[in-house]
Design a protein around this ligand. Structure first.
Ligand code: ADP
Ligand code: MG
Length: 267
């Protein structure tokens, strides 16, 4: 994990969200009146049904959507008072849309993560590209054409690129949706070990509860619950948000909570 630590920024960011709403103009807001704080080094998991507003919220947090109300502050400074380059130096993202960088190799795509730091005299360079390739098991793919990779391989490349950026805040939108089981577990364990601040949307409640410090539940654009996973992800709360029944027991091998879901039996 030394390798992992060498890849993130040295000053994990605090994020303060206050009264945040966002929506396209002439429409009802899609995220509504959210307020929460993410502490430096904390890992916050964002969960909620399809269409709840998770991606929209994340876009506000990495300065893509300008809030229609409220603020998002990075170490106390409003994101929209900072030049875009200043946020690019501190915030890295792993998004769902596949990259549109055609004709580049895996190593070249990862190298793009160095761009925000190119003119600030920071010493790290290609060594961190090699470290990221190693860390994500991508070394054998380094010379491959990025476009030829599987969805899961691409997802790991995008994570490697984000790490090379040495972020103080790492924002990931469903980073495990294309990964096989082993890579899901590895990526979550890697994220949990990084000393940087992380906000990650996840569909898998067991992954969220095993690795996140806290969970934020978004339902219909609103903040339904926020707190430590086991306090928040109760069968009653999961029924309310996801309309499924849940049995939670303890995994016989790891002792971690195990979630099993079913639909309400038909009467
Ligand atoms: P989630 O990531 O939780 O699945 P999203 O944030 O992607 O949810 O979307 C929430 C809702 O807002 C969806 O109904 C989606 O269609 C709508 N939406 C998202 N972005 C826009 C936009 N730019 N214009 C109009 N509707 C949008
Ligand atoms: Mg989404």
């Amino acid at each position: 994990m030394e390798l992992a630590r060498s890849l993130v920024g040295s000053s994990p960011a605090a994020l303060t969200v206050e009264g945040l709403s966002w929506g396209p103009s002439h429409r009802a807001p899609i995220v509504r009146d959210l307020s929460f704080v993410v502490a430096p080094g904390e890992m916050l998991a964002l969960v909620g049904p399809n269409g709840a507003g998770k991606s929209s919220l994340l876009r506000c947090l990495y300065r893509y959507h300008r809030p229609t109300a409220g603020t998002v502050r990075l170490d106390g400074v409003d994101l929209w008072s900072l030049p875009p380059r200043a946020t690019a130096r501190r915030i890295a993202t792993v998004l769902q849309e596949p990259a549109s960088d055609f004709g580049l190799s895996v190593a070249e795509i990862i190298e793009l993560g160095l761009t925000p730091h190119q003119h600030d005299g920071s010493p790290h360079g290609y060594a961190s590209v090699e470290a990221a390739l190693e860390l994500l098991g991508l070394a054998p793919l380094a010379a491959r054409d990025f476009a030829s990779l599987s969805g899961g391989e691409k997802q790991r490349v995008m994570l490697a690129r984000a790490l090379v950026q040495k972020p103080d805040l790492l924002i990931l939108d469903e980073p495990t949706n294309h990964l096989d089981i082993r890579h899901q577990l590895e990526v979550l364990a890697l994220l949990a070990a990084l000393p940087t601040t992380i906000i990650v949307s996840l569909h898998d409640l067991a992954l969220a509860s095993a690795h996140a410090d806290r969970v934020l539940v978004i339902a219909d654009g609103r903040q339904a619950a926020l707190g430590p996973p086991l306090e928040i992800l109760t069968p009653a709360a999961i029924r309310e948000t996801f309309a499924v029944e849940t049995a939670i027991d303890s995994h016989p091998a790891t002792g971690r909570p195990r979630f099993s879901f079913h639909l309400e039996p038909r009467r």
